[in-house]
Design a protein around this ligand. Structure first.
Ligand SMILES: Cc1ncc(COP(=O)(O)O)c(C=O)c1O
Length: 451
């Protein structure tokens, strides 16, 4: 007689019967490890079998305050009683835009969209329309969403297929993208200042935009080298190119003002989504009035039925209100620093080559002792070891993404006790995996058995 199916298996079977591979984004397909969620609250999620996890995936970053955060849920519920979308400006839109202009340097004007991909698509058109040029510079290893223009040489690229860094070869992320579209793309290797400078100078007069993730939010939180962002700013000024910071992951996460104040480098246009609305569908294109004011009928097109929808803009207004009134970023800094130090200490004790990169609110663990500064050098990292540790931790109730390119995200609701529990679980997971591999450095295990 066959075993009765678990609830999880039943849900996965239902999901797979109606959605390709049971998911609505390719990235959520974990094959035999896929799972179905029932609910979330604060820093926790529960699956359909009632198992609780401390969540560091946080929906790929947007949950900055916590799941179902009361101040946001209350404001959205109240707002929705009066309708959810109107073909006109709404009071919540004005409030959310005012808060953004107050919090973010150079955000003199704001337009709303619904997802990060929409925001980057619109920002690219804005730069093209403003400059009258068609190409844009993209960095290898950066991800700017799921539209055709930007799905090249993302963090999922195979380094061996990228060509020489002086003359990068586009690596297309999957089928279905028109061949001609890569004609609009100029590629450069992240953090390679001399090479990038030469590439920009060679293409300067055809570049509408330099598009960059100010830190590599889709590649383990690799940070920009000193001088890298400054060089982009200087060349953008020299050649009249629009510098776009894609802050879909860094915005309202690295700090109130995002990456510009953090790195002390100014951008012309910024794209936001994710943390802006604590996970509700909302995105923004923000920037200098001189450029943004070209959005108008007969000028540069920006449109969308759901732009400024009430759930999204009320959520943004409520989320930014909490950020303006409470020490959200101080708490994230404290908890994240403790986690970064803790995982670093555990991996060092067990003799695992690694480095911890990024910032406390969003950090990555790279299993390598080589210098890693872009998608090419990232090839040296031991991704299987990381993945095994992640699955051992997930089994114990701590959920970080088994794909090491995806950083750990923290939320304001995470407590000191959650951090302590996470580090205990992380240590047990590392121990289990290394024991399995029989590669434990004696000191690590001996220390443990003595305690
Ligand atoms: C830097 C960056 N830009 C754009 C996007 C696309 O955003 P969305 O998934 O909301 O379309 C992402 C998504 O992860 C991102 O990390």
């Amino acid at each position: 007689m066959s075993e009765p199916k678990t609830t999880m298996e039943q849900w996965l079977e239902r999901a797979r019967a109606v959605m390709p591979r049971g998911v609505t984004s390719n990235f959520r397909d974990w094959g035999p490890h896929s799972f179905v969620i029932r609910r979330g609250e604060g820093p926790y999620i529960w699956d359909v079998e009632g198992k609780r996890y401390i969540d560091y995936r946080l929906a790929y970053g947007p949950i900055i305050l916590g799941h179902a955060y009361p101040a946001v849920v209350d404001r959205v519920s109240e707002a929705l009683r009066d309708g959810n979308v109107f073909a006109a400006t709404h009071v919540y839109e004005v409030e959310a835009a005012e808060r953004i202009t107050r919090m973010v340097p150079n955000a003199e004007r704001v337009r709303f969209s619904n997802s990060g991909s929409e925001a980057t698509m619109h920002a690219l058109r804005l730069a093209r329309g403003y400059t009258g040029r068609e190409k844009f510079l993209k960095f290898e290893g950066c991800y700017h969403g799921a539209h055709d223009y930007v799905l090249f040489s993302t963090a999922g690229s195979i380094p061996a297929a990228l060509g020489d860094p002086h003359d990068p070869v586009p690596f297309q992320a999957g089928s279905g993208i028109p061949k001609g579209i890569r004609e609009y793309l100029v590629l450069a290797p992240y953090n390679r200042i001399d090479i990038t400078e030469r590439i920009i100078r060679d293409h300067a007069h055809e570049l509408a935009a330099i598009f960059v993730e100010p830190m590599m939010g889709n590649l383990s939180g690799i940070m920009p080298k000193p001088g890298f962002l400054e060089m982009l700013r200087a060349l953008a000024d020299e050649y009249g190119i629009v510098l776009i910071f894609d802050e879909v992951k860094t915005g309202f996460r690295m700090g109130k003002g995002g990456a510009q104040p953090y790195f002390n480098v100014q951008a012309d246009i910024m794209t936001f989504a994710k943390a802006l609305g604590n996970g509700y569908p909302i995105a923004a294109i923000a920037g200098k009035a001189e450029i943004m004011d070209h959005y108008r009928g007969g000028g540069i097109t920006h449109a969308g039925t759901y732009n400024g929808n009430i759930a999204g803009t009320a959520a943004a207004a409520a989320t930014l209100d909490v950020m303006e009134r409470e020490d959200v970023f101080g708490v994230l800094e404290k908890r994240g620093t403790a986690l970064m130090k803790g995982v670093d200490e555990i991996l060092t004790r067990f003799g695992v080559p690694h480095k911890v990169s990024g910032v406390p609110a969003m950090f990555g663990i790279i299993m390598s002792d080589e210098e890693v500064y872009d998608v090419r050098t990232y090839a040296a990292a031991d991704k299987e070891l990381y993945r095994d540790i992640a699955f051992a931790a997930i089994k114990r109730g701590v959920m970080f993404d088994p794909d090491p390119r995806e950083p750990w995200f923290l939320c304001y609701a995470l407590s000191e006790e959650d951090v302590a529990e996470t580090l205990n679980v992380f240590e047990d997971a590392v121990k289990e995996v290394l024991t399995g591999r029989q590669t434990v450095v004696a000191g690590g295990l001996l220390d443990q058995s003595a305690s």
